[in-house]
Structure formats: C-alpha cells, structure tokens
Ligand binder design. Sequence first.
Ligand SMILES: Cc1cc2nc3c(=O)[nH]c(=O)nc-3n(C[C@H](O)[C@H](O)[C@H](O)COP(=O)(O)O)c2cc1C
Ligand code: SF4
Length: 375
Amino acid sequence: MIQNLFEPVEIKGIQLKNRFVRSATMEGMGTPDGYPTQKLKEYYCRLAQGEVGLIFTHGTMIEAWKNLPETLGIQSPFSIHSDRYINAWQDVVHAVHAGGAKIAMQISHLGRQDIPELRGSAPIAPSAVPIEESGVTPRQMGVDDIENVIESFAQACRRVKEAGFDAVQFHGAHGNLINNFMSPFTNIRTDHYGGPLENRARFMTDILKRTRQVIGPEYPLMIKMNFNDFVDGGLETNEAVNIAGIIAEAGIDCIEVSGGTLSESRSHIAVKGIKKKEQEAYFREYAKALKEQVSIPVILVGGHRSPDLMARIVEEGTADFISMSRPFIREPGLIQRWKKGDLEKAKCISCNQCFENWISRPLRCYVDNPVREKQ
Ligand SMILES: Cc1cc2nc3c(=O)[nH]c(=O)nc-3n(C[C@H](O)[C@H](O)[C@H](O)COP(=O)(O)O)c2cc1C
Ligand code: SF4
C-alpha cells in the first residue's frame, strides 16, 4: 500500500533509497564556534539506521558569528563560513553514508532575523523593515553587501561539496535573507533587486550564477522556499511559483515547499495540534501548484503523519519526496517501523514544545522526556 514511498529514487545523480527526507531541524548539537559534535554524528547515524533516505542539517551559517556566550542561552548553530570547518564534517558525512543515507547541508543567512548581539552589528536585509516583536530594524543592504553575501553563499557551497555532502540546500524560507529578497513585505527596494518578481528573484539567481561558476554544473543545489509568508503584503503562492520557475531555470535542482516566517507567522511553519488526517500535509496545495510549473523534483514538508496519505501524495504526483521534522524527533526509527509493517501514524502529537524551545535547548521530544524537563 505504501510501496511507492520505498522506491529508490534519484535527484540529479544522487541515489536515494526511498522518498523519506528529514527536514532541516536545529539540533543544538554544535560547539560554541559552530563545529559538529560526536553527539550530532551519533544522532544522524540513528536517523540513517532508522531508514531515512536523505538528511538535511539545520540552517548552517555562511557568515561568522561571535562565539556564543553561554549566558545568552542560545544553542550554537553550525557554521561553514571558513575552510577550517571542512574536515570536521567529512567524518560526519562518512558515518551517515556508512549508515545508508544521503546527507545535504542546509546553508543559511538569517537576514532581517539575525541576532544583533551575535552579528556584532544590526541585521542586514533588502530593506529596513522593522520586526515588531523584537523592535529590531535591519540595515538596508547596499550593492556591495549583496555582492559579499553572494560570494559567501558560493564559497559555503564549495566547502559543503569539499566536505563530501551529497548536496546543498539554500534556506530560502521562514523569513531568512533569501526569503526577505523574494517577499514584497520585506523587499521594498526600487533598484533591480526589488519591485517586480523577476527583480525579487535576482538575489537568488545571482547566488546560483556565482555558485555554478565556483562548483560547476553537476553538483546538486536545492532550496527550501516559502510558498506563503502568511503576512499581509508578503509572498503568496502565485508569485512564489513563478519565482520557483525562474530559479529552476537558473539552476536549482530540487525545491522543498514550506511557508511562514519566524518573525511574523511562526505558527504556520510547524502547525500545532495536528489530530485529524485533514490537518496533515498542510502545504500540499502549494506543492500541487509548484508541480504544474516546474519539472524538477519537489519535496513537501509540513504535518505529514499518516503513511497512507503520504503514499497518496506521491501517487497523485503532488510531490516526489516526503519531508518531516517533528515526527523524527519523537521517533528517529519511524521509517524502519513502517518498513517492518507497523503502519500506525507517527507518534508525534504536534505539541510543539520542541519547536518552542529550539533556540534555548538541545533537541529532544518533551513528551517522552518530561522528567528531565522538571530538573
Ligand atoms: C525544533 C525544530 C527546529 C527546526 N529548525 C529548522 C531549520 O534549521 N531549518 C529549517 O528550514 N526548518 C527548521 N524547522 C522546520 C521544520 O524543518 C519543518 O519545516 C516544520 O517543523 C514542519 O514539518 P513537521 O510537521 O514535519 O515538523 C525546525 C522545526 C523544529 C520543530
Ligand atoms: S515535543 Fe515531541 S510530541 Fe511534541 S511536537 Fe516535538 S516531537 Fe512532537
């Protein structure tokens, strides 16, 4: 009944053993200066042994942050802003491959949502649109800033490739810099990086152009993108689908469909309280619209819980890959369980305690570890 989810599939030359993807999830298992730890390696090996086909790391920083002071109470994200990180990742990648999974690094610039204390200066963004909740107003990027960040993305991709990862995923969703450029809410520029959607796509197409110069045409480049910002005046599906068409033309090989921003519409990223099947796969209409526009593979994330619905989504051609975050936090061996024939839906109850605590605490399922929480 769900055999199609276990078919081996290819994305631009990467052979995946099935259609299951671990969506990028902040693990909180990095050192204060952004290196992966032994704990992280073991965690990824558990996911690989649990039969996940492709693992995305969490959003890894392409620019230097200050070392995280413990007093700030923030988990360290990974960094790939310098060549010195390459060796540390080779070991992790090798271990994941030995476990039978593929691994891609998600790379990120936080843009408007960056943390001033850690950047050492105001966040940068296409336009100076303040964030109401934090009161932070970013500095509008000049053309030199744009060129610098494009180069940082391209060099980060080179390092990811040199570390042996199977692919890169640009974090272009959830209110990060690439999304800031695509969204008419956060990009009110009047130069050729703002205005009509072709201009708002330009930052990403420039990144792709430069990246391809640096790493060549063959290496798989993916993106996680918003198909709805859930903000008045923000990016909506029609425009996002057209932008996706432009970036596919410019060299993106695979798109993961997502929505919502951390600064304005967080509750839409990881929807809480998914109980009924009708609430599952909540971005599926966007994936459907995207599939009509592009011929590259589409990954769908957001609220997948029941394997029969996932199989139907693939069967109907709505998406090619099924991506999950929270279900794997509760059950790293979920896919193995389904493969063995226990098709009960994912045990994650979407309470979102993991999502609410991801900045301040290492990743875990709070339902399964209530005692540690009280200590
Ligand atoms: C603890 C936690 C950390 C996350 N970190 C990231 C991240 O680094 N990058 C990203 O693109 N999405 C991140 N997400 C969002 C997930 O990848 C996913 O899009 C969202 O949780 C919806 O999928 P789900 O219903 O399978 O959880 C995170 C989600 C959670 C719960
Ligand atoms: S804390 Fe556990 S049950 Fe709650 S959303 Fe996270 S993984 Fe799911």
